[in-house]
Design a protein around this ligand. Sequence first.
Ligand SMILES: Nc1ncnc2c1ncn2[C@@H]1O[C@H](COP(=O)(O)OP(=O)(O)OP(=O)(O)O)[C@@H](O)[C@H]1O
Length: 266
Amino acid sequence: MLLLFKIGFLPIRIWDLLDILIVGYLIYLIYRLLRGNIAFNIFIGVLTLYVFYWLVRQLEMQLLSAVLDKFVSVGVIVIVIIFQQEVRNFLLLLGKSALQQRSNFLVKILLGRNTPATLQDMSREVMAVKTALQHLSEQQTGALIVLAKDANLENLAYSGVRIDALISEQLLESIFNKTSPLHDGAVILRKGKIVSAGGVLPLSEKADLPQKAGLRHRAAIGVTEQLNVAAVVVSEETGRISWAYEGQFIQDVEMGELEAFLGAHL
Ligand SMILES: Nc1ncnc2c1ncn2[C@@H]1O[C@H](COP(=O)(O)OP(=O)(O)OP(=O)(O)O)[C@@H](O)[C@H]1O
């Protein structure tokens, strides 16, 4: 039974510790997903109701517990319906780290390390995107770029116009030029290519975003909440560059930080 130690009369096994750690981690993941979201308030409401139900049962208040029983018995289905998006994000978050670890491991086994050509291509792409963003920022031209790395964004790519061209700063600047028919919406970059432009992204429903964050910024955050991607935004209003990753949003980033971010996500 692998007894570790006893607290008074309570025996603690290694599985109990593991149990507590896993539940703690799951609660942390839920908190990360719901933080700043309107769904967080609903979650607190549900939790309060459940604690109340538990108390009522402990106090053996028959009538109230019979009424609450009806709510709790369909509770799981109701929760899945209300938190449909969050349940999806939660499973995505769980699967993501496992998949990332597996693919890093496979790349190391198969390649040993990055080939020099890959590294060269990568730094060329990073410089091209960084320079384009810098120019767009100086000209106060709005831009929204999704860095999809290995994520499959077929559905999103089809919401825009297919491009399939090598990444270049001139092409990026032309796309976001205010007179270009493709300047509205998001550009998607994946595996060294500009996959598409003019894409429509899902909007974040976060309630605690800065007041000035409009639809472009909400779209950047929204796509990173739902998919394993990063996004960069140039504000048309201020020329400031911001990025979003895993639903987190960092505003007004320095060029050095931007280069590191692009290097990690391109
Ligand atoms: N769902 C969406 N997916 C992709 N792009 C979008 C989406 N919604 C809006 N946009 C883009 O954002 C532009 C409108 O930006 P808006 O002014 O509302 O955003 P903002 O966050 O305040 O940015 P800015 O600081 O550049 O004004 C649209 O013209 C369009 O290009």
